[in-house]
Design a protein around this ligand. Structure first.
Ligand SMILES: Nc1ncnc2c1ncn2[C@@H]1O[C@H](COP(=O)(O)OP(=O)(O)OP(=O)(O)O)[C@@H](O)[C@H]1O
Length: 253
């Protein structure tokens, strides 16, 4: 894709009151592109996604630029952002992300219309078609269920549907499949990537799974508080001299 990036992150640094989490992070995401982010546990991958989405803890300071849809959002909390300044976020724990007291229909309706909790005849067809595309059998009956009545894989598919129904043109998924079995994990990651590409929006996948990262368009690796690899996944890993990437390289077939 040669279009102007949806998201451009330039010289981004994050620090809390005690230490720098990372510094000098640079990357971009274009339409139809999925960027994977990998790195050792605790390096700040989730904090990076929170910086992009605008819900960093108050004691974490941001330096550098986050340009989303041509506007600077690095210092803007989520609640002060307009619709085009808000990416959709899919979290690791779908049960916590969904409202336990609302049915699937109510949550999907809210994603579509902001203030309605029932689907109308027109959008019901579009929603059930999306649920079917996301691998949910019998989508009509699923609409009436509460999150606790769904399996982990079904809940995460609903979270993907919610992220795709809103107006966001960037979707960030933070380890969305870490609680799922490997077959469901693979299916959901494929659905995530395909949905991004088909809709020509942008995606970020934070993952510890090398095969999931290799299937993305680009890979950013953060280690030792900075970026140590960036680019086409296999090439980026092979070109990096950092020990974390050298360990990843040993896992490449
Ligand atoms: N509320 C907070 N305020 C300040 N610093 C925090 C807060 N929560 C986490 N941190 C710090 O941010 C660091 C990065 O955490 P983060 O969850 O972003 O790492 P991660 O790379 O996503 O880890 P993992 O791969 O294990 O999910 C943590 O080591 C912690 O020190």
């Amino acid at each position: 894709m040669n279009s102007k990036p949806l998201l451009t992150v330039t010289n981004l640094s994050l620090a809390d009151s005690k230490r720098t989490l990372f510094q000098e992070i640079n990357f971009d995401v274009s339409q139809g592109e999925v960027l994977a982010i990998m790195g050792p546990s605790g390096i700040g991958k989730s904090m990076l996604s929170k910086a992009i989405a605008g819900f960093l803890p108050s004691d974490v300071m941001v330096d550098g630029s986050v340009q989303l849809n041509d506007s600077e959002v690095g210092q803007l909390p989520m609640l002060q952002r307009s619709q085009t300044q808000r990416p959709a976020v899919i979290f690791q724990d779908a049960l916590k992300a969904l409202n336990p007291l609302a049915t699937v229909e109510q949550q999907l309706s809210l994603a579509l219309t902001v203030n309605k909790t029932r689907l109308n005849a027109t959008n019901r067809d579009a929603v059930t078609e999306l649920l079917a595309q996301l691998g949910l059998a019998e989508p009509d009956s699923i609409l009436a269920l509460y999150p606790s009545q769904l399996s982990g894989g079904q809940r995460q598919r609903i979270c993907i549907a919610i992220s795709l129904l809103g107006s966001a043109n960037l979707v960030i998924a933070d380890e969305p499949t870490s609680a799922l079995d490997p077959i469901t994990e693979n299916e959901i990651l494929n659905l995530f990537r395909n949905s991004i590409q088909q809709r020509c929006i942008g995606g970020i996948l934070i993952t510890h799974d090398l095969s999931a990262a290799l299937a993305c368009d680009k890979l950013l690796v953060i280690a030792d508080s900075t970026m140590v690899a960036y680019g086409e996944p296999t090439q980026a890993i092979r070109q990096s001299q950092h020990p974390f990437c050298q360990q990843l390289e040993q896992l490449l077939s």
